[in-house]
Design a protein around this ligand. Sequence first.
Ligand code: NIG
Ligand code: FE
Length: 379
Amino acid sequence: MRSLLITGIGELTTHAGEGVLRDAALVVTDRVEWAGPASAAPAADSAWDAEGSAVIPGFVDSHAHLVFAGDRAAEFAARMAGQPYTGGGIRTTMAATRAASDGVLRANLARLVGEMRRQGTTTVEVKSGYGLNVDDEARSLRLACEVTSETTFLGAHVVPPDASRESYVELVAGAMLSECAPYAKWIDVFCERGAFDVDESRTILKAGAAAGLLPRIHANQLTRGGGVQLAVEIGAASADHCTHLADSDVDTLASSSTVATLLPGAEFSTRSPYPDARRLLDAGATVALATDCNPGSSYTSSMAFCIALGVREMKMTPAEALLAATVGGARALRRDDVGHLGTGAAADLIVLDAPSSLHLAYRPGVPLVKKVLHKGVWV
Ligand code: NIG
Ligand code: FE
């Protein structure tokens, strides 16, 4: 692949949290070939001048539900008028998703992934979970495979209205898993009151692991259940949400390799208290930020918005929030080739319409992503 020299970088973040280079340059192919001071830059096949912009790694959005049809704007409006969020709306999206053609689902998925890319997300995880029968879960994952290698089987999102609890757990851990496993890297369960309890979640995740899938869990979103403890017990890559944590949950996460993935778009859109990022960081846990993009609890595709919420509402420093949205997401996906711009990493980067990455939180809601490079190609 031809090499590209990016010159005139006002502030280069190769690895969030590790300091920045001023007046820097980068040479990339589909990988990062070289990063350093502009004065020492080697020659390349072509060059592009960033004219003083800040450059940061592409965002890694490690938690998104993008295969669905319909929207639930009315449910959002009802919440803003005082209704609580229960997760019951998942069944509304299930009905719309089952009724949609492949073409409709594919177009909605492409629209959302495009929206994400233009906002700087270069790696995205995509879950199933709105099919909730064998054919529609497998279909959701086949479509997800068309846009990302980070696909997650979430047959255990809720028990669908047309199944009994016991038979559904058996189906998810049996025939549905067999049908879906070829299209999934990960397996996830919504471990929550009203969804799946700890024992059901363990059964499903262990069956997934036996089929070669790696576990991750929706844990402690609405209540302080046993999801976080289960995540660490089974070595899940990530426990997602972590909104309701006891001290013992924080300690357990901090002494494990399970990433605490925080999804502040969900608390924003359900008007709920934010997770305590400060407590997790101070205890030494690895924290990721992700969008949770879905039509119910968090219909945002913007990692910059999540960074701004992390800083303003969750007491993260701007550097911690950027780290969580890049390296943190990569850790949650057990990847070391994305989320940073060290030599050899994927050439996934964002050119900001700003002199520094601080502007992501300092200028909330402003479209600061000027250009995005994905695997060495301008988006
Ligand atoms: O992560 N909590 C479970 N699943 C999604 C919400 C899904 C929905 O409401 O459609 C979440 O918040
Ligand atoms: Fe989610």
